[in-house]
Design a protein around this ligand. Structure first.
Ligand SMILES: [Zn+2]
Ligand SMILES: [Zn+2]
Length: 131
């Protein structure tokens, strides 16, 4: 079991299985939302323990589609829990090691100069391309 929670502790969830993968996005939207590294979780493996009613959701202006969920009390970004059969969860909200490491970095062209990538995962200038 992999546990996750927000900073203030109001929101707690758990993952019944290891996420399928982990990736980091360097776009300005993820950066401003304070959530750039995600694990991808199957809906069947995700369970709220407490605080689902304390989660606020933000929908971006089109063409952007990635919604943002966060704790109403402390603002911890949570990813997009409940969006589809598989969805991203903010890796920083996890309390346990998810067991997966970065598979890729996306939107590296938008990466700020003050952030250095320090792993060997593949890098894509924008959306990941099949190679
Ligand atoms: Zn909180
Ligand atoms: Zn992004």
């Amino acid at each position: 079991m992999i546990r996750g929670s927000c900073y203030c502790g109001a929101v707690v969830f758990e993952l019944a299985a290891q996420p399928s993968m982990k990736a980091t996005c360097h776009c300005s939207r993820c950066r401003k939302a304070g959530s750039s590294t995600f694990v991808f979780v199957k809906a069947a493996d995700f369970r709220w323990i407490q605080g689902e009613d304390n989660v606020q959701r933000f929908a971006p202006t089109p063409p952007f589609t990635f919604g943002r969920a966060f704790c109403k009390t402390c603002g911890t970004a949570l990813g997009e829990p409940g969006a589809g059969d598989t969805f991203p969860i903010s890796a920083h909200a996890l309390d346990d090691d998810p067991g997966v490491r970065n598979r890729f970095h996306e939107f590296v062209a938008d990466k700020p100069a003050w952030y250095d990538i320090a792993d060997d995962a593949k890098q894509f200038a924008g959306h990941p391309q099949k190679s």
